[in-house]
Design a protein around this ligand. Structure first.
Ligand code: ADE
Length: 227
């Protein structure tokens, strides 16, 4: 997968893309990332990418021309699925991550200030929000989307089992995990996990996942039965 990011703060991506599984995905050739500096596509000598809102009011608005120009330049080489990170977008979840992991190229547009000129949306395939809160910009949401999507790409995670469970994990919370010691200050690991009985372990895990989901996120189960 090739991911293009459009941002006025390219350095915000340095450390996350150079760490852990994302770094490994790049090394393995499963992921390529291009961070495009939106200022390079500004049309004046001050590299302006934002301007005051028509009609007045507080804050600045991201201009349409630099974004349209940057998208055109990226798509001259290869087409991509264009995402605008905005709190007004469709709520990002595991199902959307699974859908996006099937795309060959993603283009993520990060905004700042009060928002985007409405006409930016004409160049976009999907507006995406990572939750009902307002961040200072789209860079952290873009990293959230990249992280959730890239770990689903075949060959990125070492353990095949992790990817196999993903569609299940979109509907339920994960079951509880334990590692050594089996007894920590009297807090014992459930007996079944030490039994070596894989069938019983699988049963326990799906029961626990369901129990946990009912307890903590009953909304996930409701969503499922609404389909
Ligand atoms: N930009 C600012 N807040 C955001 C959010 N919650 N999701 C996506 N982009 C954003």
């Amino acid at each position: 997968m090739h991911v293009d990011i459009i941002t006025i703060f390219p350095s915000m991506f340095d450390s996350v893309l150079n760490s852990s599984i994302l770094k490994r995905a790049v090394k393995k050739g499963k992921l390529r990332v291009t961070v495009n500096n939106l200022r390079d596509y500004a049309e004046d000598k001050h590299n302006t990418t934002d301007d005051a809102p028509y009609g007045g009011g507080a804050g600045m608005v991201m201009k349409v021309e630099p974004i349209a120009k940057c998208l055109k330049s990226i798509e001259k080489k290869k087409k991509g699925f264009k995402i605008l990170l905005t709190p007004a977008g469709k709520k990002f979840d595991q199902k959307m991550a699974i859908k996006l992991a099937k795309k060959k190229n993603l283009i993520l547009v990060c905004g700042h200030y009060e928002g985007f000129d409405e006409r930016v949306k004409d160049y976009i395939d999907e507006e995406v929000s990572i939750g009902d809160f307002v961040l200072t910009g789209g860079e952290v949401p873009a990293l959230v989307v990249i992280d959730a999507v890239v770990r689903l790409l075949p060959g990125v995670l070492g353990n095949k089992e992790s990817a196999k469970n993903e569609s299940f994990m979109a509907d339920f919370l994960d079951y509880p995990h334990y590692t050594r010691p089996a007894d920590y200050k009297g807090k014992k690991v459930p007996e079944v996990l030490l039994s070596g009985n894989h069938k019983a372990i699988a049963k326990w895990r799906s029961e626990e996942a369901l129990k946990l989901t009912k307890e903590k996120r009953p909304d996930l189960l409701k969503e499922k039965t609404n389909i």
